[in-house]
Design a protein around this ligand. Structure first.
Ligand SMILES: O=P(O)(O)OC[C@H]1O[C@H](O)[C@H](O)[C@@H](O)[C@@H]1O
Length: 312
């Protein structure tokens, strides 16, 4: 289905509540602020995606009692602001802009509208959704190169996200990027993260100084590390939810692990009251710092992540 025919489909089938059915497993909804969402309910899982930011907000396999992604009760749903939780897309830079501190940290892709390009079902019954970022004047102001940014989200027993950057300019360019994923955990104090031992990391809490990780990760306060040259799986062990969440990836050489700690979480305003921040840890599939990617003209670089759940 082309974008035009999808949009015709959305608008023709709209019902009185601003809902429309796009595909047997996908409903389009709109909130009072004009933000649009895709709500997916197939035999394998449920999910919700905001078209602003191409933001996967929720995903829960039907076999799971608990959502796999965390979404803040205090998330803000307004135009031009990123939603706290789910999978924000950081692009075309990660963290602060390298030369212009007036530009938004983590880039603009997470606050720009994306459009739906295609939706279909896979042989296993998963729903596959293709989105493309709209090159709005604001996006153009922040990045003047020509490019196409496309995301394919496959929602089933596993959640797979592929982010493809195609260089349409006549010169190479450099990008940083991340799936800034907030995983839902029973309590950050209960969990262990494995898969990063022996990795070099930059500690953002110590002026990016470099260390080697010797340990399984545990959390008892603010934690903000950028693991470099890391391209294998991470496992989040949660003995209370009785599960392990596996984060598998390709086209990514950086993993960022972040937990804000109480003080920072309370100052943020959209992380929730009291101890809501303790219910999440970010394990981010990324290309950052020296792992940022140079893309040649007419070449496409794809970063992919796949989340799956295993019993403990
Ligand atoms: O508040 P945001 O812009 O979404 O950033 C939230 C966090 O993202 C990353 O994980 C960074 O490593 C942190 O330093 C940052 O605080």
């Amino acid at each position: 289905m082309t974008l035009d025919s999808l949009e015709d489909h959305i608008f023709r089938k709209k019902d009185g509540q601003g809902c429309s059915t796009l595909h047997p497993h996908v409903t389009v909804t709109e909130d009072e602020n004009g933000l649009q969402y895709l709500e997916i309910d197939n035999p394998l899982a449920t999910a919700k995606i905001a078209l602003q930011g191409g933001h996967v907000m929720q995903w829960q396999p039907k076999t799971e009692k608990q959502p796999v992604l965390w979404l803040s009760d205090h998330a803000r749903y307004v135009k031009g602001r990123s939603i706290r939780g789910g999978v924000p897309i950081c692009w075309p830079w990660f963290g602060a802009h390298p030369t212009d501190s007036t530009l938004c940290p983590h880039g603009f892709a997470r606050v720009i509208p994306w459009q739906l390009v295609d939706v279909d079902a896979t042989d296993t019954g998963a729903t596959r959704i293709v989105l493309q970022m709209i090159e709005t004047p604001e996006a153009k102001r922040q990045l003047s190169y020509s490019y196409v940014l496309t995301m394919m989200v496959t929602i089933g027993k596993r959640l797979k996200i592929d982010l493809a950057t195609t260089n349409k300019s006549d010169h190479p360019f450099l990008i940083g990027e991340a799936f800034h994923t907030y995983l839902n955990v029973s309590d950050v104090g209960n969990i262990r993260v494995t898969g990063l031992q022996d990795c070099l990391y930059a500690d953002k809490l110590r002026q990016y100084r470099r260390y080697v990780e010797h340990n399984v990760l545990k959390f008892d306060g603010e934690f903000d590390r950028v693991y470099l040259d890391h391209n294998s799986d991470c496992l989040i062990h949660d003995p209370v939810y009785n599960r392990v969440v596996r984060v598998g990836k390709s086209g990514s050489d950086t993993t960022v692990v972040w937990s804000p700690g109480a003080e920072k979480a309370h100052a943020m305003g959209d992380m929730g009251d009291a101890d809501e921040w303790r219910k999440t840890v970010c394990v981010e599939t990324a290309n950052a710092l020296e792992n940022s990617v140079v893309i040649s003209p007419n070449r496409t670089h794809t970063m992919s992540v796949e989340y799956s759940v295993e019993a403990l």
